[in-house]
Design a protein around this ligand. Structure first.
Ligand code: ADP
Ligand code: MG
Length: 739
């Protein structure tokens, strides 16, 4: 037995003694030599591993645990050379059952006098129960960590001094800081200054003290780049077993997009209520020009859409152009301030502004209206931005003279370009259109303040333009309606007049009918009176005094007969028997018939026959009657100066016959009545002449007009259809053939 073995032997002796006292304690105690052979173990181990022998040649790890290689509970000798002890949690299986055991193993190197490690004394305590718990706990912890890590919310811990202790992935994403940048720092770096000044931290602390938590608190935080974030914050105090606070957990949700949506919603509601207000304003009037003014004022007013200037272009249907119509806006900054501050001083709501403010075409708005009137763009220039907006029903935001997504476009107009006239190349164009029609275009800009036009402003103006278009359409409809009503009123008036005339005509017809009856009744006795008087005249001796009387009777009867004939011809007008008649010849016949009177009255007759083919399509006897009546009237009207002029003209399908006298003329108020039967201004007149004349002329498909100047004379103009030589197959002959 050498020196070395003596050490281990000596230890075995001591252990044997010890084994008597504590050998059955539930502790695994065993000793191994340099070859890992088990040279001693206590009773408890013997109990648990019944087949295991001391000092056998199998190394401990194989004998006890069945491992092929050195297991954890046996650290290498080299390692132990420099250590006092080695402590390890070891996992293995007992031979009797398959139960897993966890041993807390301490390996103590056994050294000889020269400090060389000769063996290892191992003491293993069964920690299975404890270890299982620990493991489960570690699993849980892992789970929590993974939940926290994968959460989109920021989750972190703070100590009692509000220093950040942990920082998850969500926090990195929301705030932009990596864990290494924030851990150990105060969470104040996440809070906007204004909120710190407002005492938000103090408020949160109070809540935490009162309740131990604060939940779903909506506030703002600030990220690494200074960007404000809307957040929903939940913070809970963490306490130790004694109930003392050791810090707090914080969960922060990023609700920026939700807030933005809310904001958008609120903005939309405001926008709608503004539009509603505008709508109410628009419907206070139907006068188109007032509405157009209101539109421009609303676009530029502080309570409205707040553009600096607004221009209105309307379609000019006749010229086929988009024509600048009306504009509003200051010419320079000074003027702008004056107007805007006076508006703020005096008016409150948009309604008030629109009511009280007027575009001043002679004053502040004169210049801009001169500008707008210059703009004329032919509708055929379909690539012009204004025309494009109108026809494509689209809004265009022109920035630095360019438009996004507009395809081909230009800014040309008659005699220049739009930029030059407006003095800017930044503006917004929106169409004024309804479902049915294109009305025009609104152009708005911020030339004075140079402010960029935002997306929201574009949307607002588009919405507004819709509203405005409807108002314009309504005003136009209203105007149409008004025109219609006026037309209707006029038609009604005409109807009333016509019915008056109808009543009159009926009355005249009744008179005519009565007269015809009376005439008929008188006619027979009159004829016999005439007959007897002529008989008497013949039978009386030529020197009889009575002859004088009979001739008076005869001539008076003849006069009465002619009146009766006239009455009867009005009551039952004779249908003209039309054939080829030379009107010049008829005129000559009438003059011959009237020759006596013409001479007696010393009437100068002037003939101006300018129509070479003077044949008309008429009834010779009736035309004779017409001309005779007219000549009689003319002669009866001429008291002093007596010139009677006949003029004929061939015009188209008519022959015009002018019978002009130099008589006393017809007063204006009589002109309407001269054709009425029985209207006469003469003591011995019947008032039947012109009534018959008109009847005959109309029956000839001709017409009659009378022009007269009191004191100067009267001209009657007759138009009688010319005679046309019938052509074979002509309509006329065909018609006749049918009859
Ligand atoms: P009468 O000759 O019997 O009065 P007419 O029908 O022929 O009836 O004419 C109606 C009225 O028209 C006349 O009474 C007269 O006042 C007016 N008149 C017609 N022709 C002329 C005329 N050439 N110059 C002036 N007055 C005329
Ligand atoms: Mg007459």
């Amino acid at each position: 037995m050498n020196n070395k073995s003596t050490i281990l032997d000596h230890l075995v002796q001591i252990l044997d003694i010890l084994n008597n006292f504590i050998g059955n304690y539930p502790i695994y105690i065993y000793l191994i030599d340099k070859n890992y052979n088990l040279i001693w173990f206590n009773n408890y181990l013997a109990d648990k591993f019944p087949g295991v022998q001391r000092g056998n040649d199998t190394p401990c790890y194989k004998a006890l645990w069945g491992f092929e290689e050195l297991c954890k509970d046996c650290p290498s000798f080299d390692k132990l050379e420099h250590m006092q002890s080695c402590h390890e949690i070891f996992e293995g299986k007992l031979p009797d059952s398959q139960t897993q055991v966890y041993l807390d193993v301490i390996s103590l190197p056994v050294r000889d006098e020269e400090s060389i490690v000769e063996g290892i004394l191992k003491i293993g305590v069964d920690v299975t129960e404890n270890e299982k718990e620990q493991r489960a706990l570690r699993e849980k912890e892992k789970l929590f960590v993974s939940i926290i890590d994968t959460s989109a919310d920021a989750i972190f811990l703070l100590d009692n001094e509000d220093r950040i202790l942990s920082w998850n992935k969500g926090a990195e994403d929301i705030f932009g800081y990596g864990a290494e940048e924030v851990i150990g720092k105060s969470n104040v770096i996440l809070i906007p200054n204004e909120l710190i000044e407002l005492g938000e931290l103090y408020y949160i602390k109070q809540e935490l003290e009162k309740r131990g938590f604060i939940r779903r608190y909506e506030t703002q935080r600030i990220d690494k780049y200074g960007q404000l974030i809307y957040v929903d914050l939940t913070r809970t105090v963490i306490r130790n077993e004694n109930g003392d606070s050791i810090g707090s957990s914080v969960i922060i949700k990023d609700i920026t997009s939700r807030k933005e949506l809310e904001f958008e919603l609120r903005r939309t509601i405001m926008e709608l209520s503004k539009l509603n207000e505008l709508d109410e304003i628009f419907y206070t009037t139907y006068i188109l020009d007032d509405i157009l003014q209101m539109i421009l004022i609303s676009i530029t007013a502080g309570e409205g859409l707040r553009f600096n200037r607004a221009f209105l272009f309307l379609i000019d249907e006749k010229k086929e152009k988009l024509q600048g119509y009306l504009a509003i806006g200051p010419t320079n900054e000074f003027e702008a301030h004056q107007i805007w501050s006076s508006l703020q001083d005096h008016f409150r709501s948009l309604k008030d502004i629109v009511k009280q403010f007027q575009i001043n075409l002679q004053g502040s708005d004169q210049k801009i209206n001169e500008i707008v009137k210059q703009v004329q763009v032919p509708l055929t220039n379909s690539q012009n931005v204004l025309v494009k907006a109108l026809k494509g029903r689209r809004a265009y935001n022109v920035r630095h003279g360019r438009v996004l997504d507009a395809g081909e476009y230009n800014f040309n107009m008659d005699g220049g370009d739009l930029f030059q006239v407006l003095g800017t190349n930044n503006f917004l164009v929106v169409p004024l259109v309804t479902k049915k029609e294109h009305i025009g275009v609104i152009l708005a800009d911020n030339k004075i303040t140079q402010k960029d036009i935002t997306e929201e402003e574009i949307e607002s103006l588009k919405l507004f333009a819709n509203q405005a278009s409807m108002a314009i359409e309504n005003a136009r409809l209203y105007k149409n309606l008004e025109d219609r009503i006026q037309e209707l009123q006029q038609a009604y008036q005409r109807l009333e007049e016509n019915s008056e005339r109808l009543v009159k005509a009926e009355r005249l017809a009744a008179i005519g009918e009565m007269s015809a009856k009376v005439a008929h009744e008188i006619r027979n006795p009159l004829v016999s009176i005439g007959g007897f008087s002529r008989l008497l005249e013949k039978k009386l001796p030529s020197n009889s005094d009575l002859k004088n009387y009979t001739s008076i009777i005869s001539s008076q009867v003849a006069n009465l007969e002619s009146i009766l004939n006239n009455i009867l011809s009005i009551a039952n007008p004779k249908k003209p028997e039309r054939r080829k008649v030379d009107i010049h010849q008829v005129i000559h016949q009438v003059l011959m018939m009237m020759d006596d009177v013409i001479h007696k009255r010393d009437v100068e007759v002037v003939l101006q026959f300018r129509c070479s083919e003077s044949t008309v399509w008429g009834d010779e006897k009736l035309l004779f009657q017409v001309l005779l009546n007219l000549v009689k009237n003319a002669i009866e009207a001429m008291l002093t100066k007596r010139v009677l002029t006949f003029t004929t003209l061939c015009e188209d399908q008519y022959i015009r016959i002018f019978i002009q006298d130099s008589g006393h003329g017809i007063p204006q108020e009589h002109l309407q009545k001269i054709y009425d039967p029985f209207f006469t201004t003469k003591a011995d007149g019947t008032g039947l002449g012109l009534a018959i004349v008109r009847q005959i002329v109309l029956d000839h498909k001709g017409f009659i007009e009378v022009e007269s100047v009191e004191g100067e004379g009267t001209t009657v103009r007759l138009s009688i259809p010319r005679y046309v030589e019938p052509v074979e197959n002509s309509e006329e002959t065909q018609e006749k053939g049918k009859q």
